[in-house]
Design a protein around this ligand. Structure first.
Ligand SMILES: NC(=O)c1ccc[n+]([C@@H]2O[C@H](COP(=O)([O-])OP(=O)(O)OC[C@H]3O[C@@H](n4cnc5c(N)ncnc54)[C@H](O)[C@@H]3O)[C@@H](O)[C@H]2O)c1
Length: 321
């Protein structure tokens, strides 16, 4: 089927494009390349450079690509920027979404999948949260993801769209941007492979649920093409496994050391330093993906150690010595 992936030149979006190609679909991408890159995509995938806030540009993309399915990954995803500039956050994450939803309705799109977030909706949870866990977003970014789900729900009810809101846990893997504030695995990999010392915010006891990006891409593929109830279905995408930042850093230090040794470099990666706790960071974030498993047969298939090995290898090949 013809699938438009917004933000498809980014980290998760480009893996969704790969999964769509492998399954025989025809993906196209619209992306403003603010954090994504053409190099994340296979050369033959049509990439339309454009901003989801620009309704005219988006309409031209819809005319040209005539999507049957839409996967909306494009977003402003910096929590701190959303705090500094809530208007910009709402512009991209709500007005941009509404632009894509309007064109999807006009173009008779059958299915709309939206990238949401488990962490920012559920807040601190010490047991894996299911989709009925109360939402209480505190940052403008969280509020725009929550509002985005509500808009999707409205468009589904009003216009007969079928939709899914993918509430991701902490996604990691190859192509993640190591320059942002999120993406701790990417940030640690880049620093360690350069022989540098990472700084852990606080004492490193924060618990996260790390899910490998190819598993997340497969969840999107299933949500786009599998049997879903009518209306809007929220779906958590995570493993429910707890890992604290100290454990994560320890495993990555071992893997990065081994990678550097294989490359003939004898570098001793320093032990992590600890900085102040970052205000607003959750102590614990975990999601249960039982609904995704029951509805669409999804399971996370890549254990953390294996996913981290793939990630270290990728960053090793893409980080200058
Ligand atoms: N990475 C995670 O752990 C995580 C967790 C929860 C939710 N999410 C959500 O998943 C989605 C994808 O995130 P990612 O981690 O791949 O980040 P990313 O930055 O790699 O991808 C976002 C893509 O959207 C594009 N984009 C940004 N603003 C745009 C605009 N105005 N118009 C068009 N394109 C625009 C960027 O260039 C980029 O290619 C986002 O919606 C994000 O909020 C990610």
């Amino acid at each position: 089927m013809r699938v438009l992936v917004t933000g498809g030149a980014g980290f998760i979006g480009s893996h969704i494009v790969d999964a769509l190609c492998r399954a025989g679909h025809e993906p196209s991408v619209v992306d403003d390349l603010s954090s994504g890159s053409r190099s994340n995509l296979p050369a033959d995938i049509p990439l339309f450079e454009g901003d989801v806030r620009d309704a005219d540009r988006l309409a031209a993309v819809f005319r040209e690509t005539r999507p049957q399915l839409v996967c909306h990954q494009a977003a402003q995803m910096s929590v701190s920027r959303s705090v500094r500039d809530p208007r910009f956050d709402a512009d991209v994450n709500l007005i941009g979404l509404i632009n894509v939803l309007d064109l999807s309705v006009q173009g008779d799109v059958e299915r709309f999948v939206f990238a949401s977030s488990g962490g920012v909706l559920y807040g601190d949870v010490f047991e894996p949260a299911d989709e009925d866990h109360p939402s209480n977003p505190v940052s403008p970014y969280g509020i725009s993801k929550w509002g985005g789900e509500k808009y999707l729900e409205f468009y589904c009810r009003q216009h007969g769209l079928t939709g899914a809101a993918m509430r991701y846990a902490n996604v990691y893997g190859p192509r993640q941007n190591p320059h942002g504030e999120a993406g701790v695995v990417a940030i640690f990999c880049r620093t360690m492979l350069g022989g540098g010392q990472i700084t852990i915010n606080g004492d490193g006891s924060c618990i996260r649920d790390y899910v490998y990006v190819e598993d997340v891409a497969r969840a999107n593929l299933l949500a786009l093409t599998g049997d879903l109830p009518t209306g809007m279905t929220p779906l958590n995408v995570g493993t429910a496994h707890r890992t604290d930042v100290n454990q994560l850093a320890g495993v990555l230090r071992t893997l990065c050391t081994a990678h550097l040794q294989e490359a003939g470099r004898t570098v001793t990666i320093p032990e992590p330093a600890h900085g102040p706790h970052r205000a607003g960071d959750l102590q614990s974030s975990l999601v249960s993906s039982r609904r995704l498993s029951e509805l669409l047969g999804w399971q996370a298939t890549v254990p953390l150690n294996e996913g981290l090995q793939h990630t270290v290898r990728w960053f090793g090949e893409h980080t200058e010595a």
